[in-house]
Design a protein around this ligand. Structure first.
Ligand code: PLP
Length: 394
């Protein structure tokens, strides 16, 4: 499918300029149809029973899970369906066998979902080292390397910043981790929807991502594991191989992480979303986002009173651009953009309060984030509206 042809699949784009895809993306019609198809034609619980509907539903669910795994090149590992990235990261934090003196290395670039689980472990005696980016938000790999000493059990880092749009070279970090016997968790919430991801080449041990940010339904995400070696968060129906009155053995595969009825329709929709992105091609998606964000950065940088964050940081980017307008709170800017031009952006700290403090912006930023359905004309409308807003307060 050609990227230019996909817009008709997203009815909301007719009346609105949706630039909040980093929070959650829009969903195309084929994804909705796939989910409705389950409910109308073969709805049944999965993994239990032999009747005709459960057999179809089980096959479709497992196929969907497999295709989500292959979307990130994860055939060599296990994948568990979760509610979102937050749950996937939380499962690793809860499931590794921590002991006093273990270390976790993370960074100040993280979303709260990849920071709070480690801060909570700190209260249980785990040492947590937080590597700081510079004043522009650029992370020095040498600083990270210095922090990953022997005794580091886990490095937990984002693949792409949800505030600055910058991409972190996680494959370089994987090499550093493995030199020191540390495992690597990559928060792929912002990369899986926008970049070609291949976990087999990346060298991470855990990759966490959200279906709802990549054209899939809300309430879906996944945890990919090189080895399914963490303790499950929940146990119960569906997660076992055998149960006696006194004991149980867990399922040998990823089923052990999916106790209870999984989000069947959601997973089928998630897999359809992955297939939709694949039809367009993730290289094409990435180039489109880069083109739009470059246009946005250039346009906004020329507006007097507007400061674009992280514009100087080198390297690859996703379609996320944060900025401030002198004299206005980010929420005011977002409100005016909506009222004046139906441009929907996010404002505030973007669940990255420590990063905002570090950048000297406790009130946060305005953040525009793109996906395949956005156009250059929409970006130009956004720039022109910000120009007008900035002129009014000058
Ligand atoms: N990590 C990053 C980098 C994010 O941008 C987000 C959400 O914006 C998350 C984690 C949490 O994702 P979810 O809300 O789907 O759990």
């Amino acid at each position: 499918m050609r990227l230019e042809d996909c817009r008709a699949d997203f009815p909301l784009t007719r009346d609105l300029i949706y630039l909040d895809s980093a929070a959650t993306s829009l969903t195309p019609k084929p994804v909705i149809q796939a989910m409705v198809g389950y409910d109308l034609r073969y709805r049944a619980n999965v993994g239990r029973g032999v009747h005709r509907l459960t057999t179809i539903a089980t096959h479709r669910y497992r196929d969907a899970r497999d295709s989500i795994r292959s979307f990130i090149g994860g055939e060599g590992g296990a994948i568990a369906i979760t509610r979102n990235t937050t749950e996937a990261i939380g499962m690793v934090a809860a499931g590794l066998p921590w002991k006093q003196g273990d270390r976790v290395v993370t960074t100040l670039l993280e979303h709260h979902s990849n920071l709070l689980p480690w801060l909570r472990l700190r209260k249980r005696g785990v040492e947590v080292d937080i590597v700081r980016p510079d004043a522009e938000g650029s992370l020095e790999i040498a600083d990270l390397e210095a922090a990953v000493r022997d005794g580091t059990r886990l490095v937990a880092i984002t693949h792409a910043s949800n505030v600055l749009g910058t991409v972190i070279p996680v494959d370089e970090i994987a090499a550093i981790c493995h030199d020191h016997g540390a495992r690597l968790l990559v928060d792929g919430a912002q990369s899986a929807p926008h970049l070609p991801v291949d976990v087999s080449r990346m060298g991470c041990d855990y990759f966490c991502f959200s279906g709802h940010k990549m054209l899939g339904p809300t309430g879906t995400g996944a945890l990919w594991m090189r080895e399914p070696d963490i303790e499950p968060l929940l146990v119960g129906g569906g997660s076992i191989a055998n149960v006696t009155a006194d004991d149980y053995t867990l399922a040998p595969d990823e089923g052990r992480y999916e106790a209870g009825t999984p989000p069947v329709a959601g997973t089928i929709g998630f897999a359809r979303a992955a297939a939709y992105l694949r039809e367009i091609g993730m290289e094409t998606v990435h180039r489109h986002d880069e083109r739009l964000s470059a246009r946005l950065i250039e346009g906004l940088s020329e507006v007097e009173g507007v400061r674009v964050l992280g514009a100087e940081v080198e390297g690859e980017r996703i379609g996320v651009v944060s900025f401030t307008v002198d004299g206005l709170h980010p929420h005011e800017v977002a409100q005016i953009l909506d009222e004046a031009a139906a441009v929907l952006v996010r404002s505030g700290h973007h669940c990255s309060q420590p990063l905002m403090e570090h950048l000297g912006l406790p009130e946060g930023t305005v953040r525009a984030s793109t996906h395949i359905y956005n156009t250059e004309e929409e970006i130009d409308t956004m720039i022109a509206t910000v120009e007008e807003i900035a002129r009014r307060v000058a």
